[in-house]
Design a protein around this ligand. Structure first.
Ligand code: FES
Length: 233
């Protein structure tokens, strides 16, 4: 596993980076990984304005086997939301990126028992529409044990057994070039536990590539093309 750089949170260092500001409540640090440009399936830079609001997009980051959700919400995600991990680390989520601040990204590994989108099926995903589990909708639901997260509020836990929010994926948007980069994570990432739990499966499916770092570019796909089936709840 590539060595990670741990940086002290102080201030956003570039336009559009979702790093917390000096007023950050907590002690948590952002974890910076290799900077990766988000591209479409043709390898072209992903244009945020072309994302369908309310649709599920998935990209792998910071490892080849760790999927993340990219969502364009229906309205700006304002940020300034104080959150806490299961171990008590406090952090402030600073909202979305893009022209209208509506684009957010989170690790797609459920904070309860690490359900995640596989190539075969996904039991976790953003649900726009109302449902018995999603309530009025516009939340991320994990159908394994019915955890519900609010993507407009740092993926805080709305209901269910998840003990902490989904980890935030730090994004940087360059408005001039309209290019977007993944930079690292913030909050309670679970990659070490994920690789321990799924080591056998990931070795079978991907071999040693599973733990390779995403570097350079990462392809953004719809959840429907990332997973053959999507179990909604
Ligand atoms: S694994 Fe997602 S709610 Fe249990």
């Amino acid at each position: 596993m590539k060595r990670r750089d741990f940086v002290q949170i102080c201030a956003a260092s570039a336009t559009g980076v979702t790093l917390p500001g000096p007023a950050s409540a907590g002690t948590l640090t952002a974890r910076m990984y290799a900077r990766a440009k988000l591209v479409d399936e043709k390898g072209e830079p992903l244009r945020l304005a072309r994302l369908q609001p309310g649709a599920n997009y998935v990209f792998d980051y910071p490892y080849a086997a760790t999927p993340c959700f990219l969502l364009r919400l229906h309205r700006a995600a304002a940020g300034g939301i104080d959150l806490r991990t299961d171990s008590g680390g406090a952090y402030r989520w600073e909202g979305g990126v893009g022209k209208d601040k509506s684009v957010v990204a989170y690790s797609a590994i459920c904070a309860h028992k690490m359900t995640y989108p596989t190539r075969q099926v996904s039991f976790i995903g953003y649900r726009d529409a109302p449902s018995p589990v999603a309530g009025p909708g516009k939340v991320i639901t994990c159908c394994s044990d019915r955890s519900v997260y609010d993507p407009a509020a740092g993926a805080r836990v709305v209901s269910g057994p998840a003990p902490q929010p989904l980890a935030t994926i730090l994004l940087e948007h360059d408005p001039g070039a309209d290019e977007t980069y993944a930079l690292g994570t913030f909050g309670g990432e679970m990659f070490d536990a994920f690789f321990r739990k799924y080591d056998f499966r990931l070795q079978l499916e991907m071999g040693p590539r599973a733990r390779s770092s995403i570097d350079g570019t990462t392809v953004v796909r719809t959840l429907e093309s990332y997973s053959l089936q999507w179990a909604r709840c």
